[in-house]
Design a protein around this ligand. Structure first.
Ligand code: SF4
Length: 708
């Protein structure tokens, strides 16, 4: 909705950074310059914005980095040159047709993003799975949420976050596991801070090898040794059982597989668990007793659990604590995964991953595949899961895949094992990059660059961490010849000769997706653009015309499994043993984010005031380790893994366990040089269940750098 105030157009929209999904009022002046303020009426943030959100207008107003027109190169030995949209799209279609004819549909694929709007995600999936005939479409959400997706599905029967932000104000014990929401989900964390300020009985427990801003706020901080999370959560489970602080009725009547859970948690004594985790038995007991006597117990987690070669198992062990205490489906209770990207959740809804189908249908189920094929008017959907993020780049490097189309993501900084990603690009026959900014390192590797519209420049919907769907209004025109992503994809589909992409506007795409949800557990068939525009954001499912939305799932204790019971899943492995520290590589490297930057800095890196927080990447090293390894604060250090090298300054700190070092993942080649990229060091090692890479456990050496 547009409102005119003092010749400024004001529109309500949603922040384009993290999955918290704060409401923003954007002011647009007659020269199309944008200003932002928090939306005081929004249920998520009530007017608050974090440093990233409140500086979002700088990103929109500065178009100096924007890709303004299509660019193409006819061969790798020629530079890219400006071309018309006609030539660009004809070439893309001609190359895809030729590759599919010669090598089959699995030779091509799309790599997209949790920043895409739901309509974009939907169309890209329809195009790939329905019409190109391959499931080779994956997303950078694979790098952050896929372990949680698998764990939710196996525990509750579907990928369903059960609770809402409003449950924060109703809970009294919070277990924050492998997450630093104070920096990465700041407004959500602010709600927790306010709640605790008002209710001193509220207890916050943070589990993290680093003393983060969230850990500093906590009543109890458990700085466990990286990779030992499951041992801790099993030990807590054991203590809950031993002290009789479990919900017998819930466990008996609404869950399956408790006896196997009991058996596993009883296998390790509290004493052994404490030793393995590097904490005390008393701490385990204290945390268990708090959870066991809580009225409202919420777990929050993010990358510390998900980004691991045992990520799904880690998720299981945490979800099991909610099951054993019966703390699901009640106000102020439940497990709550925190999504990092604004529409990672929307992407999951439309089946935006190589192994998923839209509306939570199952790629492995023949009837589900046929239902989706019938809906799209195609003969069939391939039963073969597509390549996941890292598999896709492996397949490009090995020559099994020939072409990749990348939308709104920067794998040349964000994927693990960047040496391999570089090889993949060199070996690929055709690379398309559809994005807004030349600041993405990936653009340099593209044969075809397509300029896309950004935030405020297109319309569509997003779903935040609590299943809340928001409508984003178009307020300004994109610069140059940039076009909305759905327009580009539909144009391509038509040039490929596919039916079913003749939409006249984005709303028609949304309505098609909504119709697909009818009768499913994520039903939004009655949620129109008009309703979202007039009434604001709503949480799915919204299965009737006047349905108010659903803040909480499973209130009837009926889960989406065939038995309607939640399942205790038993971790196959209780400790990350993918690597062992050695005299040659004595540190465990964990990578992550810092407060004022987001992803690969293509947006936040433009904003001078956000760069003040950290102007360059630093390696956080424990002070004692600094002493032992003769490293001083500010020294340039060389960090080496079996995979690569990084050269950055060291920051000595008491805030990290000894034996562990931390490096932010944001910096890429464009911003400094290629020796500052954390992912030079990481491996393409993934969780076998979720295919999510392990960014939190790489053994490295750290030495003071001596100039040769
Ligand atoms: Fe944007 Fe997330 Fe900050 Fe809210 S918390 S303003 S959604 S970055």
């Amino acid at each position: 909705k547009f409102i005119e105030v003092n010749s400024q157009k004001k529109i309500k929209t949603t922040c384009s950074y993290c999955g918290v999904g704060c409401g923003i009022v954007a002011g647009i002046n007659p020269q199309s310059k944008v200003s932002v303020e928090g939306d005081t009426e929004h249920p998520v943030n009530a007017g608050m914005l974090c440093s990233k959100g409140m500086n979002l207008h700088y990103v929109v107003n500065d178009v100096s980095d924007r890709i303004l027109y299509p660019e193409m190169r006819w061969s790798r030995s020629h530079p890219r040159e400006r071309v018309s949209w006609e030539d660009a799209m004809d070439r893309a279609a001609a190359v895809f047709k030729s590759l599919i004819r010669k090598y089959g549909p699995n030779s091509v694929g799309f790599y997209i993003s949790g920043q895409c709007l739901t309509e974009e995600y939907y169309i890209a999936n329809k195009l790939t799975k329905g019409f190109l005939g391959t499931n080779n479409i994956d997303t950078n959400s694979r790098l952050c949420m896929s372990s949680a997706v698998v764990a939710y599905k196996k525990t509750f029967g579907e990928d369903s976050v059960p609770i809402s932000y409003e449950d924060i104000e109703l809970a009294d014990v919070f277990l924050i596991a492998g997450a630093n929401p104070a920096w990465n989900h700041p407004i959500l964390f602010r709600r927790l801070e306010i709640h605790k300020e008002k209710n001193p009985n509220v207890k916050v427990i943070v589990v993290d090898p680093r003393t983060t801003a969230s850990a500093n706020f906590a009543d109890i901080h458990l700085p466990i040794i990286p990779g030992t999370d499951i041992i801790l959560y099993n030990a807590i489970g054991r203590r809950l059982i031993e002290t009789g602080k479990i919900d017998d009725d819930f466990v008996k009547n609404h869950t399956e597989n408790f006896l196997n859970y009991r058996k596993q948690v009883m296998d390790t004594s509290l004493k052994d668990a404490a030793k393995l985790c590097g904490i005390s038995v008393e701490e385990i007991k204290e945390v268990s007793d708090l959870i066991g006597t809580s009225k409202g117990f919420i777990t929050m987690w993010a990358m510390g659990l998900n980004q691991s070669s045992i990520g799904t198992d880690k998720n299981f062990s945490l979800l099991n604590l909610s099951l054993v205490t019966g703390k699901v489906g009640k106000p102020g209770n439940g497990p709550f995964s925190l999504t990092g990207q604004p529409n990672a959740m929307g992407g999951r809804e439309v089946g935006g991953m190589a192994n998923l189908l839209a509306v939570h249908k199952d790629l492995q189920n023949p009837q589900d595949r046929q239902d989706v094929a019938d809906f799209w008017g195609v003969d069939q959907i391939s039963p073969t899961p597509g390549y996941t993020a890292t598999e896709m780049f492996d397949a490009l490097a090995s020559g099994e895949m020939k072409a990749v189309w990348i939308i709104c993501t920067n794998p040349m900084v964000s994927l693990p094992n960047l040496g391999k990603v570089e090889k993949a690009f060199a070996n690929a026959k055709f690379v398309v990059v559809q994005d807004i900014s030349h600041r993405s390192d990936t653009v340099a590797y593209a044969d075809l660059v397509l300029p896309a519209a950004g935030w405020l420049e297109k319309e569509g919907t997003m779903t935040n961490s609590e299943r809340r769907i928001s409508y984003l209004t178009k307020g300004i025109n994109p610069p140059g010849e940039a076009r909305a992503d759905v327009e580009i994809l539909c144009d391509f589909a038509k040039r490929m000769g596919f039916r079913g992409f003749n939409y006249t506007n984005t709303e028609e795409i949304y309505e098609e997706y909504c119709a697909m949800t009818k009768g499913t557990n994520i039903d939004i068939s009655y949620l129109s653009y008009d309703r979202l525009k007039n009434e604001g954001s709503i949480q799915w499912p919204v299965s009737e015309y006047r349905h108010p939305g659903t803040p909480r799932l499973f209130t009837d204790k009926k889960f989406y499994t065939p038995s309607q019971k939640a399942v205790f899943n038993i971790p196959a492995q209780i400790e990350n043993t993918s690597e062992k520290v050695s005299p040659q590589y004595p540190f465990i490297l964990t990578t992550g984010r810092i407060r004022d930057q987001w992803h690969t800095m293509t947006k936040t890196g433009k904003v001078a005031r956000l760069r003040k927080h950290y102007s360059h990447p630093v390696l956080e090293v424990n002070q004692l380790d600094g002493y032992i390894y003769k490293i001083k604060d500010g020294d340039v250090v060389e960090v080496k893994s079996k995979n690569g090298v990084v050269r950055v300054r060291a920051k000595l700190s008491k805030s990290i366990r000894n034996g562990v070092v931390f490096l932010p993942m944001h910096w890429g080649k464009q911003l400094e040089n290629d020796l500052n990229r954390a992912n030079n060091l990481t491996f393409t090692r993934v969780d076998p269940q979720s295919k999510e890479p392990d960014f939190k456990y790489t053994t490295v050496s750290v030495t003071k750098y001596q100039k040769p």
